[in-house]
Design a protein around this ligand. Sequence first.
Ligand SMILES: Nc1ncnc2c1ncn2[C@@H]1O[C@H](COP(=O)(O)OP(=O)(O)OP(=O)(O)O)[C@@H](O)[C@H]1O
Ligand SMILES: [Mg+2]
Length: 252
Amino acid sequence: MAGKIVVFANQKGGVGKTTSAANLGAYIAEKGKSVLLIDFDPQGNLSSCFGVSRDAPGIYEVLSKQARLDEVVRKTAIEKLEIVTANINLTGANVELIDQRDREYFLKRILDPLADRWDYIFIDCPPSLGLLTLNGLVAADFVLIPLQCEYFALEGLSLLLQTIQRVQQATNPGLKVGGILFTMYDARTRLAHEVVEEVTGYFKDKVFRTIIPRNIRLSEAPSHGVPISRYDAECVGAKSYELLSEEVLRRV
Ligand SMILES: Nc1ncnc2c1ncn2[C@@H]1O[C@H](COP(=O)(O)OP(=O)(O)OP(=O)(O)O)[C@@H](O)[C@H]1O
Ligand SMILES: [Mg+2]
């Protein structure tokens, strides 16, 4: 069976896309599934999470046909977890793709032939609804939407959902919303409660039950180049991502 392609998308910045892709990928790999992470953000944050150099060829070189995907796949400290890096060059892809016919299909064409080499491929999108995110949505089987538990979290969500619907209608009818996941939850604030209640009331079983709390250890791990499971497996952030990974495995 071909691997499942999962894209982490939300055009809002700093909501936990990269942190979720990194840690869920790591836990799922530790549970024995093979996972390929694709850093699809010119910021290259996902690459940094694993301490791999962003200078070597990565996804940009594949998009621009200077390399093949299998030539740029790199190992991480975790067995069964591999990564394709990104760096600032990837901003160029936005510009270079724009005049191409089929500009939304580039990533799909790269992934499809090799997708069955992994159980899961996770794509970490940049904070925009531009061509990179569109390529991610067109290539994916599932989209996961991290939401920060704060007021502005909801602004932009309807635009993202409209974009997903457009992609479903026009280019990728197989795309499913795998779930909405709450990140950086602060139990002390009333607002966080309210956001969770409102979104859950509306999206019901599309919402993952496991909520990721705000936890400083999660923000520290990337500077050590390891996921939370290898940095502090006992902290509440680690426990939450581990639980969430089980839910993700049941759903996607
Ligand atoms: N649960 C959490 N608790 C505390 N800090 C967190 C948590 N999740 C993420 N962070 C931190 O918040 C910041 C934003 O998270 P992250 O980079 O994962 O968001 P993003 O959506 O990928 O951002 P961007 O839109 O810029 O790509 C990072 O510094 C990260 O370490
Ligand atoms: Mg990110």
